[in-house]
Design a protein around this ligand. Structure first.
Ligand code: SAM
Length: 270
């Protein structure tokens, strides 16, 4: 089996394994909820109405919110267990007429109509899992109308908190993981998610080749601790709240916006 195919299957199995509990664990994490709010706010700000393609939708929190705002959503995910969770959630919310849930990888987007969407969004790193970002950019560009936008939160390369944490523990190799040029095997519940880390400039370059130009960029989780540092955030609730607010203040500043646990980027197709 080709390396990319093996990696895609590993990643699929890893997300299948966490699908049943993913929504609960995410919605109990205030830093993840804060990030999600900011991504959704960017979608509603940039796309007043229309058809949205959600890439790597997981169990469907964003799609339920977007459908309730009046958007028509097509939501794809590579994990069949995530798709099953999403279908259940959308049916229970009575939104099946507004949200079309498909079991489809981002690398398989050519199964969807060309020019069928006003915007695409992707939250919490599904685009970090595709084997070929340039090819994904081309597939996404083809699905969008002219001037269509992509709004994506992407796992970044330089997360100051993570670097400081692992260097303080003397784990230099772990502190450098995000700088790897290749896909990295990230453990998830005993399985592996193959993850490629991007700086905003690398990500933007891949999409520029498909005709996109940057509209905006901000850091997520720059001053605030990354979502997985739950112990710290619980011990220092007020400090963490203040750091989240500081992120909103400085996260768009040139020189800072390329760092952080994730970055939130908006690209427009020419
Ligand atoms: C960290 S979760 C994010 C889920 C969701 N967007 C959210 O905001 O909660 C990453 C999701 O990307 C999906 N994924 C990973 N690789 C993918 C691929 N090649 N194509 C489509 N989805 C993929 C996973 O199955 C998983 O549901």
């Amino acid at each position: 089996m080709a390396v990319n195919e093996r990696a895609l299957l590993d990643t699929q199995h890893a997300f299948d394994g966490v699908a049943a509990d993913y929504d609960r664990s995410n919605s109990e994490n205030p830093r993840l909820c804060a990030m999600r709010e900011r991504v959704l706010a960017e979608v509603t700000r940039r796309v007043p109405r229309g058809r949205i393609l959600d890439l790597g939708r997981g169990p469907g929190a964003d799609d339920e919110a977007l459908a309730q705002e009046g958007y028509d959503v097509t939501a794809v995910d590579w994990s069949p267990a995530m798709v099953a969770q999403a279908r259940g959630r959308i049916a229970a919310a009575g939104l099946a007429d507004r949200v079309d849930v498909r079991h489809l990888g981002i690398h398989q987007l050519d199964e969807l109509p060309v020019g069928g969407f006003d915007a695409a969004c992707s939250n919490f790193g599904p685009l970090n899992c595709v084997p070929d970002l340039r090819e994904a950019a081309r597939l996404i560009a083809d699905r969008l109308v002219p001037n269509g936008v992509l709004i994506a939160s992407v796992i970044g390369r330089v997360c100051p908190w993570e670097i400081a944490l692992y260097l303080a523990r003397g784990q230099v190799d772990r502190a450098r993981v995000r700088f790897s040029a290749d896909a990295v095997p990230v453990p998830l519940n005993g399985r592996t998610v193959w993850t490629r880390y991007y700086s905003p400039a690398q990500f933007e370059r891949a999409f520029r080749g498909a005709g996109f130009a940057r509209v905006s960029l901000r850091a997520l989780g720059l001053c605030a601790p990354p979502p997985y540092l739950t112990g710290f955030a619980e011990r220092h609730r007020r400090l963490t709240g203040a750091l989240l607010r500081l992120d909103d203040l400085v996260g768009r500043w040139p020189g800072l916006r390329m760092w952080g646990d994730h970055f939130l980027i908006v690209l427009r197709k020419a």
